[in-house]
Design a protein around this ligand. Structure first.
Ligand code: GDP
Ligand code: IMO
Ligand code: MG
Length: 422
């Protein structure tokens, strides 16, 4: 099994890369997160953002697994499937999406509680996507949640109604303006009926049998290393395991079966939501990168914060994931800048320098190295020999610092805009 992971704060371009390489695999499999993900894919000049549907969906022969480590909101999933069919009427998602019976349901009250906590000053504001992700994972850990396989039980509807009503009453006591209970419950149950069109099974067994038969799997990470519940910039993180180890536990596949680990990173950094971001740009340059890179959340539309590439954080992400191949995206966005910066170290209060770190705070001071910028027309570039010399030097510098090669360079949002480097 190979794995694709984000190495920064998400939105590195995972979806585009997976859409491209999934043709080499029999199965793609999401192992973490839920509809908080937004993986944008461009096909035939049209663009779609996938939230829960794995990014191999456009390959008819590829099976797309929604694994055990994920949380599934049936209401959002139903909308996504209908939207997918509008995008490409030739697709038959019922035939090539398989859902884990052990994945967890996001209930409507989880989403309302997410909104409540985000908007109530008594709680830390994370800047979540308001998809009820933390509330679902916390109910999973509390062992109070409903799983996909439960929907086949004869008493499922009454259990779901009971839990939704119980939590709704709690929210109502918090003086929150709420939608009508009966409406959200019916919408949920209707979407659960829709979900039954899909094959729901023990995906661990399905995936391990597939490997035994010599089939190939590409695990699809959502979010990214610096948003990992354990290793990210807590508490400003998501609530799942976003790492290579998370792929093993989220899919029920042994670490012995791991192959290539593709880490995706932008040539700069972005972040949506709150939390430390040492290299953040607050000036016009930051705005320029946001505009040129179209850095607006593919899921929520929020403007993404922008900043320079952060090597201490990237080294940490490469280390905890054991990345074997680096995929660098969006260097084209920096085209035209006279010079570009890279953070090589963090400097602490007492002047000590850190070259690898996952501990970032508001006080982390980045030490920047300035390099020559590049300028080129990336739109139709087909070969790495066409790259401007300044970008080649930038890539060599990164490879020397990070200790791994840049295997692919993405040169634009289009499917074909990808250079194989090594
Ligand atoms: P994901 O969450 O990691 O799949 O990334 P998103 O889809 O949320 O955000 C990445 C955005 O950058 C999308 O709009 C992509 O179409 C776009 N993109 C991906 N790679 C490149 C690239 O190399 N250059 C440019 N200009 N855009 C890219
Ligand atoms: P993809 O897969 C970027 C961020 C949110 C917030 C924090 C917690 O497209 O890279 P959550 O809704 O998960 O409880 O929010 O995590 N976040 C993402 N940022 N890309 C994502 O996914 C994200 N998923 C969650 O903005 O800061
Ligand atoms: Mg995204």
């Amino acid at each position: 099994m190979d794995i694709v992971l984000g190495l920064q704060w998400g939105d590195e371009g995972k979806g585009k890369f997976i859409d491209l390489i999934s043709e080499n695999y029999d199965i793609t499999a999401r192992f973490n997160g839920g509809s908080n993900a937004g993986h944008s894919i461009e096909r035939n000049g049209k663009r779609i953002t996938l939230k829960m549907i794995p990014s191999g969906i456009f390959m008819n022969r590829v099976q797309n697994v929604i694994g055990t480590g994920t949380v599934l909101d049936p209401v959002s999933f139903k909308k996504e499937i209908l939207n997918l069919q509008l995008f490409d009427a030739s697709l038959q998602p019922e035939n090539n999406i398989i859902i884990s019976r052990k994945a967890h349901f996001v209930l409507p009250t989880h989403k309302l509680l997410d909104v409540f906590m985000e908007e109530n000053p008594d709680f830390t504001t994370i800047g979540t996507t308001k998809n009820g992700i933390a509330q679902t994972y916390s109910n999973k850990i509390l062992r109070q949640n409903l799983r996909i396989g439960d929907m086949y039980a004869p008493d499922f509807k009454s259990r779901a109604r009971y839990i939704i009503e119980r939590d709704y009453k709690m929210l109502a006591a918090g003086k929150m303006t709420l939608p009508i209970l009966e409406e959200i419950t019916e919408e949920f149950l209707d979407a659960v009926d829709f979900l039954k069109r899909f094959r729901c099974t023990e995906t661990e067994i399905y995936l391990n049998n597939a490997l035994s038969e010599g089939k190939t799997i590409l695990a699809e990470g959502s979010q990214a290393a610096m948003l990992d519940i354990d290793h990210g910039t807590y508490p400003y993180v998501t609530s799942s395991s976003t790492t290579a180890a998370g792929a093993c536990s989220g899919l029920g596949i042994s670490p012995k079966k791991m192959g290539e680990i593709y880490g995706i990173a932008k040539a700069y950094c972005t972040r949506v939501g709150n939390g430390a971001f040492p290299t953040e740009l607050f000036d016009e340059l930051g705005d320029e990168i946001r505009t040129k890179g179209n850095e607006f959340g593919s899921n929520t539309g929020r403007p993404r914060r922008t900043g320079w590439l952060d090597l201490p954080a990237l080294k940490y992400a490469i280390m905890i994931n054991g990345v074997t191949q680096l995929v660098l995206t969006k260097a084209d966005v920096l085209s035209g800048l006279k010079s570009v910066a890279v953070c090589t170290h963090y400097e602490s209060e007492d002047g000590a320098l850190e070259t690898v770190s996952g501990t970032l705070s508001e006080n982390t001071r980045p030490v920047l190295k300035w390099m020559n910028g590049w300028e080129a027309d990336f739109s139709n570039m087909k070969n790495s020999s066409e790259l401007p010399v300044e970008l080649t030097e930038f890539l060599s510098f990164l490879e020397a610092e990070l200790g791994i090669p840049v295997s692919y360079l993405s040169t634009g949002p289009g499917r074909e805009q990808m250079l194989k480097m090594k």
